[in-house]
Ligand binder design. Sequence first.
Ligand code: S3P
Length: 178
Amino acid sequence: MKKNIILIGYMGSGKSAVGRRIASVNSMEYIDLDDYIEKKEGRSVTEIFKVKGEIYFRKCETAYLIELLDNKNNLLLSLGGGTPCFGNNINVINNLKNGISIYLKTSIVELSKRLFTERSKRPLIAHTKDNGELSEFIAKHIFERSTYYNQANYTVITDGRAIVEISDEIINLENSIN
Ligand code: S3P
C-alpha cells in the first residue's frame, strides 16, 4: 500500500498543482484541505474568516485534518499554508505510521510574484497594497512559520522548477522509501 503524502508549504508554493499531479500519476485520492473545509462548512474560506473568524477556521482545519488522516489511505492531502502551524497539527501529521510529510519550499521573491495578483482570494494577505508590503508580510510570516514547516519529513525546493519536475522528485522519493 502506498503511503499517504501530506504536502505542506506557504500559500502559493504549489501544493495544489503538485498534489493533483502526483495523485493522478500515482492513482491516489487527491484532497485539498481548504476545499474539504469549504464543502463541509458550506462556505468559502474567505467567508469563514469574515463571518466566523480565524479561530473558528483553525478549529475546523484541525478537526478535518484528523478526520481525513484517521479515515483515508492512498491519500494525497494538500494542506492550507497555516495548517501545520496551529495546535498540535504538525505532530498529528508527523506521527502518521503510513504517511510522509513534504515541505514545498519557495523563496519570498517567488511567492510575492505568484501571490500578488491573486491575493484578494487569501484573507491573510488581501490587505497588502503593493508588492513591497506583500513581500515584507510574507518574509515575517515565513520566519514565524518555518519552525513548523522545517519539521516536515522532507523538503523539496520549488523555485524555478516546473510542476512535473517537482512532482517527479516526490514520486521518486516515495518509491525509494516504500
Ligand atoms: C492560509 C492559507 C490558505 C487558507 C487560508 C489560510 C494560511 O491556504 O488555508 O487562507 O494561513 O497560510 P493555501 O495555502 O492553500 O492558499
